[in-house]
Design a protein around this ligand. Structure first.
Ligand SMILES: Nc1ncnc2c1ncn2[C@@H]1O[C@H](COP(=O)(O)OP(=O)(O)O)[C@@H](O)[C@H]1O
Ligand SMILES: [Mg+2]
Length: 417
């Protein structure tokens, strides 16, 4: 059902109808882009105007928003904070490879069905008691099927739940690039119509459309149709001022001056073509770490000693250690080797040529290593390289988050008995 149009203030005449619409919308609609900035900030989320404008449009145009960008730039957080800012409930579909549509739409609550049949055993016995043969008994049970495939036994998953919810919600479809194309097609269909049909029960449609946010870490290209259907925003690492503002807002305990220096160091690290560039959350962690250590001056030594807070792969650490003296003090003379005075393994020979043109530069190495699913949540190569990544590589051991699938009855039980 199409949502009522946004109130227009052009004529300034408050007719009853407009007033009624206003009343419905007033609770969780933003008046302006600035209102979005303010409301998100109140929740601790710092948005620039580009992001806030997109969010504003999302709330007005009935279109899902697809957020693409590297891990750790605040995509998931935006959905959470939008929910908090609008007072809407957040429903989250965490995507993973091999996920089938029942985990997104609905399942039949097999356990409950079984429990009911156990309790009702006698009653069921009566239904078939005088059936002359098996065929007739099956027919009679079949005639009762609708009792067991009714809304009572429906286990809604996030999409159906979002559509069925009497209160409008924020629906987060997180890391959609991890889902298979088949699920993507289901999402496309559902997001297009905002309705879900359950053959045994009927068609559900949303009274008020949810705000839908999809996120992607760009490990693979998404279907053009999905992109077309959505508002789209590439969320990159923030500008220095915004990152500083984010760090400040987290009350890390680090002084503003040092936080500013630190943000610049992290930005320098991001330019190193690391396998996994430091994200905003890692900048925050680093600031906290340095504050806990009582640091009152950033120097190469203390940054080297704590660099593992922000870079987590051995080769990345080595690259970072080499770069840190330059990043913290651009005029520093960097000794040829062993300049970082760090207790790290001294295997310089194996990485000293990594950055040379034509050498085994990180890209190939990363591509070889960066198999999708090799790591847990949110750990990917930076998106620039993701294109080179064999996404079809084995990716069996993915974790299913606890937020969904808690009552999975396996065996493709949907509509089966
Ligand atoms: N704009 C922002 N304002 C405040 N905190 C942010 C912002 N962007 C990122 N963060 C911080 O970074 C963390 C990681 O963000 P997250 O949303 O999990 O990243 P993504 O989903 O893009 O991988 C968040 O928990 C939050 O603390
Ligand atoms: Mg995320």
């Amino acid at each position: 059902m199409p949502e009522a149009p946004a109130p227009l203030e052009s004529d300034g005449v408050g007719t009853d109808a407009v007033a009624a619409v206003d009343a419905v919308l007033a609770t969780d609609e933003f008046e302006s882009v600035q209102a979005v900035v303010d409301a998100l900030r109140e929740q601790g989320y710092i948005a620039d105007t580009r992001l806030a404008t997109t969010v504003f449009l999302l709330t007005r145009l009935d279109k899902p928003l697809l957020l693409e960008g590297p891990a750790g730039v605040g995509k998931t957080e935006l959905a959470k904070m939008l929910a908090a800012a609008t007072g809407r409930r957040l429903l989250r579909l965490q995507c993973y490879e091999g996920q089938d549509e029942t985990k997104a739409l609905y399942e039949w609550d097999y356990g409950k069905q079984l429990l009911y049949t156990q309790i009702l055993r006698e009653k069921i016995g009566q239904v078939v008691a005088d059936a002359p043969d098996l065929h007739e008994a099956v027919e009679r049970i079949g005639a009762q099927e609708s009792v067991f495939f009714s809304e009572r036994f429906l286990a809604p998953r996030p999409l159906l739940e979002a559509i069925r919810s009497p209160e409008p919600v924020v629906l987060l479809i997180d890391e959609v690039d991890r889902a298979d194309e088949a699920l993507e097609a289901v999402l496309l269909e559902t997001l297009g119509e905002f309705q879900i049909s359950v053959p045994e029960v009927g068609t559900f449609s949303a009274d008020r459309r949810p705000y839908v946010l999809l996120t992607s870490n760009n490990t693979r290209d998404l279907a053009a149709a999905l992109k077309r259907r959505c508002l789209h925003l590439f969320l990159d690492y923030p500008a220095a001022e915004r990152e500083l503002e984010i760090v400040r807002s987290k009350k890390t305990g680090l002084s503003d001056a040092l936080a500013e220096e630190l943000v610049n160091v992290v930005r320098g690290l991001r330019e190193l073509e690391l396998r996994k560039a430091p994200s905003i959350s890692e900048t925050i962690d680093w600031a906290r770490t340095l504050a806990v250590l009582g640091v009152d001056e950033l120097n190469a030594q203390i940054l080297s000693d704590t660099v593992s807070v922000v870079v987590k792969y051995d080769k990345d650490v080595k690259k970072a250690l080499d770069a840190l003296p330059r990043l913290v003090d651009p005029n520093a003379e960097v000794p040829e080797a062993h300049g970082h005075g760090h207790g790290h393994g001294h295997g310089h020979s194996d990485h000293a040529h990594d950055d040379e043109p034509g050498g085994a530069d990180g890209r190939e190495v990363r591509a070889a290593k960066d198999q999708a699913g090799r790591h847990g949540d949110g750990v990917y190569g930076t998106p620039k390289y993701a294109k080179d990544t064999p996404v079809d590589a084995p990716a069996k051991a993915r974790n299913v988050t606890s937020s969904q699938g808690s009552r999975s009855f396996g065996l493709g039980r949907k509509r089966a008995l």
